[in-house]
Ligand binder design. Structure first.
Ligand SMILES: Nc1ncnc2c1ncn2[C@@H]1O[C@H](COP(=O)(O)OP(=O)(O)OP(=O)(O)O)[C@@H](O)[C@H]1O
Length: 325
């Protein structure tokens, strides 16, 4: 089944007034954000990702072109209607640290409560669902100031989830998180997109994790060029390389990650590939590009044999080859 478009933009131009002139940041892009999938917006610093997001949130009006939400022009929506459709998680927030996780998540219900802001049964249910979806029931009563960055980020996403909009937009939700935290958040978002049939747009600089988790990429190359496609297709077509600055970095197709080109060397190492790879990395980092004798790696137990000696680490081997004085 094809995923339905919920936000579409045609020939969008966005920018900022600069003195008497106008600084155009986005020039004539076409987009369609789809339900039931996680889309990652990537591009180098300053290229215009946040500007595009501001356009999608109706905070910045296109001076040319148009953006539609569910077939209606964005400008026609009131603030409250926007909040019922789009939940946002931004990097900069001024949420008081003395709020508990539960109280923060309850803030997500504001667009649904009447002027008296009283929570009803449906609101409590949405709060519970959000807390469960993000797997943070154990943190319910904890104060935000006492959470780790990763836990706080999950609470922020739970607040957005409780808002029950069909769209979630997150600006760098994994900044400041460690590898496990980053992977956990991105995987959760991917699952929520599919299970809740939400359109999730994530701005991220983490290309490798985005490749692993996103259903679709929006690669902002310059003001007027947005490359759209499944990450796998962009890898296969080679378009993924367009994310990289001219020069040293390469995208390793087999490993699915960015790499610096290996310096040329004639290191001959015998042993299983996944082991010789790391030994070679360590030698090259130590500026050892040539070995006059054969080097053998065995995996069980891990051992390096060189010139009749045995070593249990690359560090010991390197120290033997090139002793530090
Ligand atoms: N409020 C503003 N007024 C004027 N120019 C702005 C404003 N906000 C952003 N810009 C300019 O628009 C361009 C794009 O900025 P934007 O923040 O959209 O980039 P970005 O891709 O989100 O960058 P980053 O990855 O560093 O967050 C930059 O040249 C920036 O200086």
């Amino acid at each position: 089944m094809k995923n339905a478009t919920i936000i579409s933009g045609r020939n969008i131009h966005l920018g900022y007034p600069r003195g008497k002139n106008f600084k155009e940041v986005i020039s004539g892009l076409n987009i369609s954000l789809k339900k039931g999938q996680m889309t990652c917006l990537l591009g180098r610093n300053g290229i215009g990702k946040s500007t595009l997001i501001k356009g999608l949130l109706g905070q910045l009006n296109p001076h040319q072109g148009e953006i539609q939400l569910k077939g209606r022009l964005l400008q026609e929506y009131s603030k409250e209607e926007m909040a019922r459709n789009i939940a946002v998680v931004l990097t900069e927030t001024n949420i008081p640290g003395n709020l508990t996780v539960e109280q923060l998540v309850a803030l997500g219900r504001i667009p649904h409560t009447e002027w008296h802001a009283k929570l009803r049964a449906a609101d409590y249910q949405a709060i519970d669902e959000a807390i469960n979806a993000l797997k943070i029931s154990n943190l319910r009563k904890e104060r935000l100031s006492e959470l780790s960055d990763g836990q706080r980020q999950k609470a922020m996403i739970a607040r957005a989830f409780a808002q029950e909009g069909e769209i979630m937009i997150l600006d760098e939700p994994t900044a400041h998180l460690d590898l496990t935290g980053r992977t956990e958040i991105m995987t959760l978002l991917q699952q929520i997109a599919v299970s809740e049939q939400k359109a999730i747009l994530v701005v991220t600089h983490n290309v490798e994790l985005a490749i692993e988790t996103a259903h679709e990429f929006w690669m902002l190359i310059d003001a007027g060029e947005l490359i759209i496609g499944k990450p796998e297709d962009l890898i296969l077509s080679g378009d993924i390389m367009r994310l990289l600055p001219e020069g040293d970095f390469k995208f390793d197709l087999a490993k699915g990650r960015l790499v610096l080109p290996m310096p040329s060397s004639d290191l001959k190492i015998q042993g299983p590939d996944e082991f010789t790879f790391w030994v070679k990395q360590a030698l090259l980092k130590a500026e050892i590009h040539h070995l006059p004798h054969p080097l053998l790696v065995t995996s069980v137990p891990f051992e390096l044999s060189y010139k009749g000696e045995k070593f249990s680490s690359t560090e010991a081997l390197i120290e033997f080859i090139r002793p530090t004085s």
